[in-house]
Design a protein around this ligand. Structure first.
Ligand SMILES: [Zn+2]
Ligand SMILES: [Zn+2]
Length: 256
């Protein structure tokens, strides 16, 4: 089995110090490729270095909406430079987080639009973080995004109606361990709603360990298997078939 963790923060504390062991456990579990996600200028540099070191590890560069207020034009300039380094396969995470509002909403929107511009220039797909901001996210995508850019809604947990809208627009959806949580009935209904060919999966580690490992404080790529098992069960397919389809989707989306 070859699962791909499409959203991991492998440069964060808890994972970065023991990255060799983390990746070894991941491979042993059947999770053999990783997209490491940048969230600010510092982590974007680290993500690129990590991707240069490990063959099956790829870089995705972004500025998280939480950090939108700290954004400086030189950060974007640097991202554009780093895109040329070869292992950068996508932009993000970028988007809107109106749940925490750690940055002003206007700053978040401006930065999100800026990323959509770079996506259009670089022809890279975009990993979107959208929390409590569904309508505004869709409006910005509709008005500012290049129609040929590919988008994935990461760590997805929306309503069935929103899920249908995302699929209708041709975007992708990526699920985390949330779908294994006891009270996540709606998230499981969303899994049933999303066609297999429009789906990807991720840990979003070091956060959100899936059941039955939810007590493990630091989530890691090896635990992606539990999320895959749950999705296979919900979709009524065997895990090998699911893994093959997810691999196809992920390779097509990120061009890896
Ligand atoms: Zn996120
Ligand atoms: Zn993330």
């Amino acid at each position: 089995m070859n699962l791909i963790d499409t959203h991991a923060h492998l440069t964060y504390d808890g994972l970065a110090e023991s990255i060799d062991d983390v990746l070894e456990r991941s491979i042993a579990a059947g999770v053999t490729k990783w997209i490491s996600i940048g969230t600010d200028a510092e982590h974007n540099e680290k993500v690129v270095s990590l991707a240069e070191k490990y063959q099956n590890l790829y870089a995705c560069l972004g500025i998280h909406p939480h950090h939108a207020s700290e954004y400086q034009p030189l950060h974007i300039q640097r991202i554009i430079e780093l895109v040329g380094s070869g292992k950068v396969v996508a932009l993000g995470e970028t988007g809107l987080d109106f749940h925490y509002n750690f940055s002003k909403q206007d700053a978040q929107k401006d930065l999100f639009k800026k990323f959509l511009e770079i996506a259009s220039l670089t022809r890279l797909p975009v990993v979107i973080h959208s929390r409590n901001a569904f309508e505004e996210t869709m409006r910005i995508l509709e008005n500012y995004a290049d129609k040929t850019t590919k988008f994935v809604f990461h760590c997805y947990s929306g309503t069935i109606e929103q899920t249908r809208e995302i699929i209708h627009k041709g975007y992708y959806v990526s699920f985390t361990g949330i779908i294994t949580f006891k009270n996540a009935e709606i998230a499981r209904d969303c899994v049933k709603t999303v066609p297999l060919e429009r789906m990807m999966i991720e840990t979003d580690c070091p956060y959100m360990s899936p059941e039955p490992m939810r007590k493990q404080k630091i989530n890691e790529p090896a635990l992606l298997v539990y999320t895959a098992q749950k999705i296979a069960e919900l979709k009524g397919v065997d895990i090998e078939t699911l893994a093959e389809q997810l691999e196809r989707n992920t390779k097509e989306f990120f061009g890896i």
